[in-house]
Write a protein that binds this ligand. Structure first.
Ligand code: HPA
Length: 276
């Protein structure tokens, strides 16, 4: 077990570096997942830091994830954007993949908007749909809150009765109505990956109560809740996972479906931020 002290010092050093580079820190941050980095291009960028310059930030190994921290304007407000994330399947542990969220929390960020790509077991969902996550199941077998607890960050046994803020979800639903964007609700189950699931696994995930499945987000949500941040998360359906009619899924299909939802998701997030 690594001492928590070293980890806390690393996060504090990273937070200090970002504050030195960026100055005032906005209250809202957005994590841009697979195929959704387009949001970074619609924002008015003010400053950009490559993850490789920030102490402790993970080096990303997946082509579809860029690895830059951006300060800019979106929906009329200043925001931070994490353009790309690290995943457990890259070989990082749960504490390492959540360093960026720990840093956001240490910098005083209050609202965290998360996006990701997912497969949908719920037959009502189609590729390209946007699903607002209402709850989750952690099936990764690891937890970023394992080990000694740093009390200044949050409690030993954080409550998870409402990890996706009810008020923010209502606001997002309203924003979707205003923009004429179809928005579904669902339970997200997280797995380590990197393989997609077998038919038997999709069947099991569906029966255990999940609507969609993905390889990220839950560690970030646990850490954000631990630090008292309000979380809102959107999943873009990139593949339909009917165990009785499962077609092979390629990363190209996943990226194409994510790209299709990119425009409405950008509008939705901008509209939500404008209402904060
Ligand atoms: N399973 C797990 N993660 C995913 C999937 C999937 O089908 N699609 C996109 N991310």
């Amino acid at each position: 077990m690594k001492p928590i002290h070293d980890y806390v010092l690393l996060v504090e050093e990273a937070a200090r570096y970002v504050r030195e580079q960026f100055g005032a820190i906005p209250e809202t941050a957005v994590i841009l997942g697979t195929g959704l980095s387009g949001l970074a291009s619609v924002a008015d960028e003010e400053s950009v830091l490559p993850y490789t310059d920030i102490p402790g930030f993970p080096e990303l190994t997946v082509d579809s994830h860029q690895g830059t921290l951006i300060k800019g304007r979106l929906g009329g407000s200043q925001v931070l954007m994490l353009n790309g994330r690290a995943h457990l399947y890259e070989g990082y542990d749960a504490k390492e993949v959540t360093i960026p969220v720990r840093v956001l929390g240490s910098l005083g960020v209050k609202n965290l908007i998360i996006s990701n790509a997912c497969g949908a077991m719920n037959p009502a969902f189609s590729a390209g749909d946007i699903v607002m996550i209402e709850d989750h199941i952690n099936l990764m077998g690891v937890n970023p809150l394992e080990g000694p607890n740093h009390l200044a960050w949050g409690p030993r046994f954080p409550d998870m009765s409402d990890p996706y803020d009810k008020e923010l979800r209502a606001l997002a639903y309203d924003a979707a109505m205003t923009e004429g964007i179809a928005l579904s609700n669902g339970v997200y189950v997280s797995v380590v990956g990197p393989n997609l699931e077998t038919r038997a696994e999709y069947r099991m995930l569906s029966r255990m109560g999940a609507d969609v499945v993905g390889m990220s987000t839950v560690p970030e949500v646990l850490v954000a809740n631990h630090m008292g941040m309000r979380v809102l998360a959107f999943s873009v359906v990139t593949d339909e996972c009917d165990p009785d009619n499962l077609a092979p899924i390629s990363i190209e299909d996943v990226l194409a479906a994510a790209a299709r939802a990119s425009d409405p998701l950008q509008r939705l997030i901008e509209r939500v931020i404008a209402r904060f």
